[in-house]
Design a protein around this ligand. Structure first.
Ligand SMILES: [Zn+2]
Ligand SMILES: [Zn+2]
Length: 135
């Protein structure tokens, strides 16, 4: 069998956790919601969305912080935030923090979401659509 789809790799800061995606991300967006700000420790979080079956951990394991309905995955060693899973809202899907890809440039975010929580010192002028919540 010829493998036709491209794979992308990524991982955490310390290298304990490595993952692989099969194929292109389904979507990409910057999220300004308050929970992403806190969980990621940044002004906003840049995500790619992939089907769960197209994501696999190739080294180490992802630790999870569970919130009702939401699992935020991170490296238990260095603390890098890696993933977001919400089975109810986003069934069969896993969101991955784009900057943890070895080549974050392959993500091409198409929107800013939850700008209702955008920090006052973040100025956006990239021309992408901005949504109060998630559209
Ligand atoms: Zn790590
Ligand atoms: Zn968010």
């Amino acid at each position: 069998m010829v493998e036709t789809s491209k794979n992308y790799e990524g991982g955490c800061f310390c290298g304990a956790v490595r993952y692989e995606l099969t194929g292109e991300p389904d979507w990409s967006a910057h999220c300004h919601c308050r929970s992403c700000q806190r969980a990621v420790g940044a002004a906003f979080a840049s995500w790619i969305g992939v089907k769960a079956e197209n994501f696999r951990v190739t080294k180490g394991q992802i630790a999870n912080c569970n919130w009702p309905g939401v699992e935020r995955g991170f490296c238990g060693n260095c603390g890098t935030s890696l993933t977001y899973v919400a089975e109810e809202g986003w069934p069969g899907q896993i969101s991955v923090l784009a900057p943890t890809l070895d080549d974050p440039g392959i993500a091409s975010p198409t929107a800013h979401v939850y700008v209702e929580h955008q920090l006052p010192w973040v100025k956006l002028d990239d021309g992408l659509p901005q949504y109060e919540q998630f559209e």
